[in-house]
Structures are given as structure tokens and as C-alpha cells.
Write a protein that binds this ligand. Structure first.
Ligand SMILES: Cc1cc2nc3c(=O)[nH]c(=O)nc-3n(C[C@H](O)[C@H](O)[C@H](O)COP(=O)(O)O)c2cc1C
Length: 371
């Protein structure tokens, strides 16, 4: 069983993560991990903090001579940014965790609530998920994400119709694989910035070459679709997850939506992938496609007053240093979380303590399916 735990605060000395259950023998490619972390720090519309952090992974358990040992992986990232809001704060930002942290944990100073509720925590989760992504790549499974919409501007092309999607995504400051849409999105962000406001949007995660048979319909908590939804909904700001073309599908007839079986050159295939690669809670061998929708982030100049929780009077809301839009960064967190969840289900099905063992089992399964 693969498990992930994180600890640490936004402006503490460091944030740390433990990944328990990773098999032995996986090569830790530091350049790959650094590249993954750099993508999370990037994206047009982010605040100043991301230019301060370096996110250099420091391993202190579970890795020897560059390979995993099977022991729990312990890894840390140091925090370089100083706290921009010194002193105590009693005025909660609507939409942030300030009020619920005050109620639930009795933390009177809302800056203390924000220390753990802050999305800085997603940096260490991204790193742990990037390690899972390395493991999936060893099994020829590729997981990638891209920005689908920012505010009211949406990419209106299907991902499989876009040639060199990853090249185009990586050339876009918003991780959107279409230049024209990127420019429109930048304008949307500039408009929001000029008003001191924030934006939400959506990103899509695709997992290719996932073996069929991961997950199960025999018990509710073994469904792959439910687990993937959970993993994306655990990202702060993500408030809805769509699997395949579910939203459009909800407006169609069944005969228009469902992916027909066809046989091409003696091989069983599907005529479309509206289901997003999962039927009955089980991967069906098609691309797994998930789209996560984010609300606009809570901190902005545009909401400049709230209620002081001590005096219960209207009070100015001190501005907390913030991004304008976080969809590109969140897409990288999404890629990491989906990688983690798919690896969990893969290890559940194929087991194994050492990587070559797992590789062999996956290959045997794939060969069997081709027969
Ligand atoms: C990568 C990332 C960065 C974020 N940065 C900010 C930020 O700078 N300011 C802000 O108010 N919210 C930011 N958020 C969103 C808040 O963390 C989130 O709204 C808050 O924790 C409340 O959780 P909820 O939105 O899930 O209810 C960010 C989210 C993500 C995924």
C-alpha cells in the first residue's frame, strides 16, 4: 500500500513529506524532479513568492545511491520566503480556511491558520507525486496536465487533436497548448489584475497507457474514478472534477455518449473515449481523462473588508501576499496527485517489493490482454 503524508508550515523552516510503500530499485532522477518542481513554481499570474523558492529536494530516508530501497522515503524542501503579514490577524478572508481554522482549532490568530492551510503544502505533495510519476514512466505510463480554461477563456480544441501538445504546453506561460488561447487568457488575467481581483479556471490531466483492470466495482471504496476524484479535490481551490466528457454527456442521449466497441484488424477498440478511460470504477485501457475546476483564489485587493472576529464589526482586510490565478500551478499538482493515485492502484493489482518484479508482472498482464 502506498501512502503519502506531509508536514510543515508555509513560513516554517521547511516542509517535509513521507512516501511509504514505494518499491525498491526505482532510480531517483533529480533533474526530472527539479523540472517538475519548476513547473509548479511557474505560470503567468503568480505572486512574488515563487521567484524566491528554489524547491531543491533533500532526501533523508528511503533512497541509497540514487535508488529507492523500499523503506519509507523522507524528503524535504526548505522555505525561503519570509512571512509577509507579521503580527496577528483577526479578519477572515471569505473563501479561505481562516474562519474554519478559527472555529475548529480555536486559533485566534488567522495567520497561524493560514500557515498550514496555505497551498505551500502542495509543493511537497507535488514532489512526492513526481516520484510516483517517475515510477509510472518506468512502466511506460505517461501522465500529463495542461490548462484548459482561465476565467471565461477556454481552450476549444480536444487534446488528442493537438500535435506536439507537450511542446506547445511547455512554450505557453500558462501551460495551455494553444498560443492564441494563451494570449486571450493573459488578457483575462491582466484585466483581473487591473481590478485587483482573482480568477479560477480548469485544467485537464491525461494518463496514457494505464493497464486496464485497475480499481474495482465490487466495493465502493475501490473505485478508481472515486479515488482520482478525491485526489484532485484534495487540492485547495479545486471544487469539481469531471471524468471524460461527463458534463457534456449529461446533456446527451445515451446513444450519443457511450463509446462503441469496434474491431480493427482483429483488435477490440473503442470508437470514442467519452467515458474518460474508466467504466464501472475500473480502468478500461483508454486514456484516463480528468478535468478539475478551480474557484477564484480568495486573497485579492477586490475584497478589502470583512468582519473582525473579536469586535464583530466590519474591518479592513489586510492584504495577504497572493497569486492572481493558480490554475497552471495547480495543474502540476494535479499531475502529481493523479500519478500517486494511479501508482497506488497499480501496486494494489500487481504487488511486488522490487521494481523489476512489478515491471515483469505488468508486462505479463499487457501481453495476456493482447492475445
Ligand atoms: C498552487 C496553489 C496556490 C495557491 N495560492 C493562493 C494564494 O496565493 N492566495 C490565496 O488566497 N489562495 C491561494 N490558493 C488557494 C487557497 O489555498 C485555498 O483557496 C484555501 O486553502 C481554501 O481552500 P479551498 O479553496 O479548498 O476551500 C492556492 C491554491 C493552489 C492550488
Amino acid at each position: 500500500m502506498l501512502r503519502m503524508l506531509t508536514s510543515g508550515e508555509s513560513h516554517g523552516p521547511k516542509i517535509a513529506g513521507i512516501l511509504d510503500g514505494m518499491p525498491a530499485g526505482l532510480k531517483i532522477d533529480m533533474d526530472y524532479l527539479r523540472g517538475f518542481m519548476a513547473r509548479r513554481r511557474g505560470g503567468y499570474g503568480r505572486g512574488k513568492r515563487m521567484s524566491v523558492e528554489t524547491d531543491e529536494p533533500v532526501f533523508s530516508g528511503g533512497v541509497h545511491d540514487g535508488f529507492t530501497t523500499g523503506a519509507p522515503i523522507m524528503v524535504e524542501l526548505s522555505n525561503r520566503a519570509d512571512n509577509p503579514t507579521p503580527g496577528e490577524r483577526y479578519v477572515p478572508r471569505p473563501g479561505h480556511a481562516d474562519y474554519v481554522g478559527y472555529i475548529k482549532y480555536g486559533l485566534k490568530d488567522l495567520n497561524i491558520v493560514a500557515e498550514r492551510a496555505s497551498a505551500r503544502e502542495t509543493a511537497i505533495r507535488t514532489l512526492l507525486g513526481a516520484i510516483c510519476s517517475l515510477a509510472l514512466r518506468e512502466l511506460n505510463i505517461e501522465v500529463f496536465a495542461f490548462t484548459r480554461s482561465i476565467g471565461k477563456v477556454s481552450l476549444n480544441r480536444r487534446y488528442w487533436e493537438i500535435e506536439n501538445l507537450l511542446g506547445k504546453r511547455d512554450n505557453s506561460v500558462l501551460y495551455c497548448p494553444d498560443e492564441e488561447t494563451t494570449q486571450l487568457m493573459i488578457r483575462e488575467i491582466e484585466d483581473a489584475k487591473a481590478k485587483g481581483d482573482s480568477l479560477g479556471g480548469s485544467f485537464t490531466v491525461v494518463a496514457k497507457n494505464v493497464p486496464p483492470g485497475l480499481g474495482s466495482y465490487v466495493q465502493w471504496d475501490r473505485r478508481l474514478d472515486a479515488a482520482l476524484g478525491f485526489s484532485l479535490l484534495s487540492i485547495p481551490s479545486v471544487k469539481a472534477v469531471e471524468i471524460g466528457e461527463a458534463i457534456e454527456g449529461s446533456r446527451l442521449f445515451g446513444s450519443e455518449f457511450h463509446d462503441r466497441f469496434v474491431v480493427e484488424d482483429g483488435v477490440l477498440k473503442r470508437s470514442s473515449n467519452n467515458a474518460g478511460g474508466i467504466e464501472g470504477g475500473v480502468s478500461n485501457g483508454e486514456d484516463i481523462v480528468l478535468t478539475a475546476y478551480l474557484k477564484p483564489i480568495p486573497s485579492s485587493f477586490a475584497i478589502n473588508s470583512s468582519i473582525d472576529l473579536v469586535s464583530l464589526k466590519e474591518a479592513p482586510l489586510p492584504y495577504v501576499r497572493s497569486d492572481t490565478v493558480v490554475v497552471p500551478a495547480a495543474s502540476v499538482v494535479g499531475e502529481a496527485m493523479v500519478s500517486f493515485t494511479i501508482l497506488c492502484f497499480l501496486l494494489e493489482k500487481f504487488g511486488g517489493d522490487e521494481f523489476t518484479e512489478i515491471k515483469e508482472r505488468v508486462e505479463v498482464w499487457r501481453r495476456k490482454l493482447l492475445r
